[in-house]
Design a protein around this ligand. Structure first.
Ligand SMILES: NC(=O)c1ccc[n+]([C@@H]2O[C@H](COP(=O)([O-])OP(=O)(O)OC[C@H]3O[C@@H](n4cnc5c(N)ncnc54)[C@H](OP(=O)(O)O)[C@@H]3O)[C@@H](O)[C@H]2O)c1
Length: 382
């Protein structure tokens, strides 16, 4: 039995993680869950999985949930301290970090310091503080197992080899809902259109990031830290079928690809069972049904967010923190219909230029820079 805690259990990754658990009740026991506001779903999850503790970010909702579940054995916590409690429960073996945004940073660091293994979906944590998180992981001897399908693919393709054997990795991207659009067509697209991802059913923030290609940029940064790769060894290709989840080229020119239908439960399951592989009833890949796999160069001129992420990573220091915080704020404003599609890259570029890059970083400094960036966005746009 593996005891797992899920940060963000009411989201797309969180609910799919619980589906994997539901299919393997003899292997996993849920000890902790968390939500931001969605206490209706969290209440159902408490009834089904009977965790020892849950956290709700919103204090009022936490109190309401406490009333609703009455004298159930599940303890209810709230706020960031509540999230940390769920991330550090004494008997948790594995923490699934599936909250969205850099809010996952502190609970992830605290979990690592308590020597918990991490199944990481929350890419913003690695984007904003990758170097610090990976150093903490090494220091505490824990594993960070990738949940993101691309990084799970690379992780699987890399098995048995080390960095010195690798020529490059190729991250695949579906291209999102606006693949093939030109700048004129993109000017007036709405959040409703951007949220219609052709291949994956995901939370709102990552869906918008997929539409701008910022998601791939965040994944380039995530890959750099997860696999300790030089930026020049990380490439991106558009692969609209989303069958190859990513590839790895070895120095002997051999390329290994990991494939499957786009179903996040497959990489989630692997992160939960690693190093074992277990049977499931998910749809098996039928190559004849797919018949062709195609690849295109990303259009960095029409989708500048990917280019901005590469630039932020190349400069390094605090620039990825600024990129991430600005993007989080701007995506939210775009979802609210307050700004247009191109205001996202235009504003990020402006802030990256205004920011004086800092290289001596610790968590407090990162939190300060994150706040500075969010205020900057609000001041210039609202
Ligand atoms: N979805 C995918 O297929 C996918 C694939 C790869 C990687 N990822 C990554 O996984 C992470 C989660 O994505 P998702 O699509 O699952 O997002 P999502 O559906 O929006 O779910 C986010 C989860 O985090 C909680 N949450 C949101 N804001 C919070 C806050 N301020 N404090 C505490 N909890 C908060 C939400 O609670 P409420 O429900 O109460 O709002 C929900 O449980 C992201 O970093 C994303 O990039 C997702």
């Amino acid at each position: 039995m593996k005891n797992i805690s899920i940060l963000g259990s009411t989201g797309s990754i969180g609910t799919q993680t619980l589906d994997v658990v539901r299919n393997n009740k003899e292997k996993f026991n849920v000890v902790g869950l968390s939500a931001n506001n969605n206490i209706d779903l969290l209440e159902q999850q408490i009834k089904e999985f009977k965790p020892e503790a849950v956290a709700v970010m919103n204090e009022k909702k936490a109190l309401e949930l406490k009333k609703r579940i009455g004298n159930s054995k599940t303890n209810v916590f709230h706020g960031i301290d509540g999230l940390v409690t769920i991330a550090t429960l004494e008997n948790a073996d594995l923490i699934v970090t599936s909250v969205v945004g850099m809010i996952g940073l502190i609970p992830t660091i605290k979990a690592i310091q308590c020597k918990k293994n991490i199944a990481l979906a929350n890419k913003e944590t690695l984007v904003t503080a990758g170097e610090i998180v990976m150093k903490e992981a090494k220091k505490n001897g824990i594993s960070i197992l990738p949940v993101d399908s691309e990084h799970s693919a690379i992780f699987q393709c890399m098995m048995g080899y080390t960095l010195k054997d690798i020529e490059r990795i190729i991250l695949t991207a579906s291209g999102g809902p606006f693949r093939g659009f030109n700048k004129d067509q993109l000017k007036n697209v709405t959040a409703t259109e951007a949220l219609k991802h052709p291949k994956w059913n995901m939370g709102k923030k990552i869906s918008i990031d997929s539409a701008t290609l910022m998601n791939k940029g965040l994944e380039v940064i995530e890959a750099k830290w997860l696999f300790d790769l030089d930026i020049n060894k990380i490439e991106v290709v558009i692969h609209p079928q989303s069958i190859i989840h990513s590839m790895l080229e070895y120095k002997d020119s051999s390329i290994i690809a990991q494939m499957g239908y786009p179903d996040m439960r497959i990489p989630i399951q692997f992160a939960l069972t690693y190093p074992d592989r277990i049977i499931n009833n998910y749809k098996k890949l039928d190559l004849l049904e797919i018949s062709s796999l195609t690849f295109e160069k990303p259009d960095l001129n029409t989708f500048p967010c990917l280019k901005l992420a590469y630039e932020a990573l190349r400069v390094g220091g605090s620039l990825p923190t600024v990129l991430n915080a600005a993007n989080e704020e701007l995506v939210e404003l775009f979802i609210q219909g307050k700004i247009g599609f191109y205001d996202i890259p235009k504003t990020i570029e402006f802030i990256l230029e205004k920011h004086d890059v800092e290289y001596k970083l610790d968590i407090d400094k990162i939190i300060d820079i994150d706040k500075w960036t969010r205020n900057f966005v609000k001041n210039i746009l609202l």
